[in-house]
Design a binder for this molecule. Structure first.
Ligand SMILES: [Ca+2]
Ligand SMILES: [Ca+2]
Ligand SMILES: [Ca+2]
Length: 230
């Protein structure tokens, strides 16, 4: 099934926060300010309940940079995490999160293209799947590789011959290891040499509108000048 999500965006304040709605029954669980090179939106999340302390499908837990396991918002995996005290979302066995890229796509260039960061060495592993669509339909995804614990695992799209631009990444936990059971996802990144920026529809529209308005004002001004001269 074709499951491309139609995305409409409204810049809520100063262009730093987005209100987003998606089609195809997908609820954007959270959105952060646009961050070039890093995932921008959580497209889907599922908690398997493999950790009995957090039994419900929507329970999201992980580390807040100090304590773990504690309830965290799924959007902790969005954007950059520049410090060692990064917050993280734990994915116990069969739990998953799908993140989307909005202001960039990731394309296959020489060497590694995409990176997944985990925090805390507990031997955790996770499967990484990619899609050229903004999608939460598993049939749109293809397996890329296994991400490891306590470091940034980098992947080469060329290793599976994937030549389309990547827009979504799905991470699936494989175990309940570690103090916060499961794979502790910090963030998902397109590596600098493999990024292609995508124009912001609303901003493009805004520029178009303001250019139109400027043209209108200029016209009005010249009409007024002409009238004054006459
Ligand atoms: Ca981004
Ligand atoms: Ca860990
Ligand atoms: Ca590559």
């Amino acid at each position: 099934m074709f499951n491309k999500i139609s995305v409409t965006r409204t810049i809520a304040s100063c262009g730093t926060a987005f209100i987003m709605s998606t089609g195809m029954g997908i609820t954007a669980t959270s959105v952060q300010a646009s961050t070039f090179g890093f995932a921008d939106i959580v497209l889907d999340f599922f908690n398997s309940g493999a950790n009995p302390a957090f039994p419900n499908p929507n329970d999201s837990y992980g580390g807040d940079g100090i304590d773990f396991p504690v309830p965290v918002n799924t959007d902790v995996v969005l954007g950059d995490a520049p410090t060692n005290f990064a917050d993280s979302l734990s994915l116990p066995t069969d739990s998953f999160v799908i993140v989307g890229f909005l202001d960039e796509v990731i394309i296959d260039r020489a060497g590694n293209d995409l990176a997944v960061r985990e925090i805390g060495g507990g031997g955790e592993r996770a499967q990484v799947f990619i899609s050229s669509l903004l999608s939460n339909d598993m049939s749109d995804f293809i397996f890329l590789g296994i991400a490891q614990d306590d470091l940034t695992t980098s992947f080469d799209l060329g290793s599976i011959g994937f030549t389309d631009p990547v827009k979504s990444v799905k991470i699936v936990g494989l175990d309940n290891f570690g103090g916060s059971p499961g794979f502790d996802l910090v963030n998902v990144q397109g590596l600098p040499g493999s990024l292609k920026s995508v124009p912001e529809p609303t901003i493009t529209l805004g520029i178009g509108l303001s250019m139109g308005l400027m043209g209108y004002l200029k016209k009005k001004q010249s009409t007024r000048l002409r009238q004054a001269k006459n």
